[in-house]
Design a protein around this ligand. Structure first.
Ligand SMILES: C[S@@+](CC[C@H](N)C(=O)[O-])C[C@H]1O[C@@H](n2cnc3c(N)ncnc32)[C@H](O)[C@@H]1O
Length: 378
């Protein structure tokens, strides 16, 4: 057995690739300046190459989305297929399919056994059955609403609010288009699995009921309830989401421990919890809406007459301008989609809580999700 010089992976004498290839090419990273203003020596990638890599990411993502939408990963999760067989199954042009498969092979999403393609681990994570499937994230990100919103960012920045408008906000769009609405719920569930893992590790001995506001399919709540059998949950979200969550929770045997509350949170916050959780919710809104929502939660707690806490889980921007952070990408996405203020830094989140009449008791950096938990109370 010899080693492939480009990957360091063993190759077998037949020349076939093995199932654990090197990672696909990554978008090159810059190092940030640590002192002074930009010296060329601080840059680990040439400016020209960085921009080229960012531009290449656009057709790369389009090709990936196409492969997911055509169902190529699902087909290959069942059997090895040739490019011609895939073209026939997907009702596609054989030459175009050959070029798409060549791209997937070059990106290490598939490998070849003679002339039949099979999935690598990078392809497997794009199947619906994968533990934290990325299939749903790709389908939503490449869907017409999300894609066109990104393409209209210039006009959005000119106007100060999303220029791409079908007349519907993203959530109203999802309610009117249940196929993509379902994909969005599953995208959020996969994305927030790490939050569930983080929060389940906390001590809930003093708590009987957790209300998850904007909790989607209830993935975070389910993770906490599974680890703490004495707990009950309230899952609050929009009507169409709660309808989908009902079936989803029933299949997990949690239906009798979770009460569902369907409707607009700006009209009604459910009563009766000791912990009110808002996970990745506030970045969808303006600061004024965030203050209004937190004020409504505080009033619900005060009206209940017994102590309760507000747990806010959010990705937060670094306090120091210019520091690298993955949350800038999330904020750019929020800018294209929502008329709100997007992802905020810690100080802005503290101010929001204070204006809503809440005192922040402590903050935690959550290790698995890399988000911040702020615990506040009236
Ligand atoms: C970004 S997702 C986060 C889902 C989940 N909390 C998580 O961490 O994965 C925001 C959720 O809030 C819900 N939501 C947004 N605005 C809402 C409103 N006004 N009333 C009720 N639910 C709302 C959405 O339907 C969606 O499920």
């Amino acid at each position: 057995m010899t080693a492939d010089p480009s990957t360091g992976q063993p190759t077998d004498p037949s020349g076939h690739q093995h199932e654990h290839p090197a990672p696909p090419p990554q978008l090159p990273q810059r190092t940030r300046h640590t002192t002074g203003a930009g010296h060329d020596a601080d840059l680990v990638i040439a400016p020209f190459d960085l921009i080229q890599a960012m531009m290449d990411a656009v057709p790369d993502f389009a090709a990936l989305h196409t492969a997911v939408e055509l169902g190529i990963f699902e087909l290959l999760s069942h059997e090895k297929l040739t490019s011609a067989e895939l073209a026939a199954c997907c009702e596609c042009h054989p030459t175009a399919m050959r070029r798409l498969m060549r791209w997937l092979h070059g990106g290490r999403f598939v490998t070849l056994d003679c002339d039949r393609y099979l999935l690598t681990p990078y392809g497997q994570v794009l199947t619906a059955g994968a533990e934290r499937s990325q299939r749903h994230a790709v389908l939503v990100t490449g869907s017409s609403y999300w894609w066109d919103a990104a393409g209209n960012l210039t006009e959005t920045v000119r106007r100060g609010h999303p220029a791409w408008s079908t007349g519907l906000s993203p959530y109203d769009y999802l309610a009117h288009h249940p196929t993509i609405g379902r994909e969005f719920d599953l995208f959020m569930k996969a994305r927030s699995a790490a939050v569930g893992q983080d929060l389940a590790a906390f001590d809930f001995d003093h708590v009987r009921t957790i209300a998850d506001l904007g909790g989607g399919l209830g993935g975070v709540l389910a993770a906490i309830l599974r680890k703490h059998p004495h707990l009950r949950g309230i899952l609050a979200d929009r009507e169409d989401v709660v309808d989908r969550a009902r079936d989803h929770l029933a299949t997990q045997g949690l239906a009798d421990r979770i009460q569902l509350a369907a409707g607009d949170l700006f009209n009604h916050i459910p009563h009766g919890a000791e912990v009110y959780l808002l996970s990745s919710l506030l970045h969808n809104f303006s600061t004024a809406q965030g203050v209004a929502l937190l004020t409504a939660v505080r009033r619900t707690i005060e009206a209940g007459g017994h102590p309760a806490e507000v747990w806010i889980v959010q990705g937060m921007l670094p306090g120091l301008a210019g520091q690298p952070s993955r949350w800038y990408s999330t904020d750019a996405r929020m800018l294209s989609l929502f008329p709100g203020d997007g992802v905020q830094d810690r100080d802005a989140m503290f101010r929001m809580a204070r204006e809503a009449g809440l005192r922040v008791r402590k903050t935690n950096q959550l290790p698995a999700s890399q988000q911040t938990l702020m615990i506040a109370h009236p």
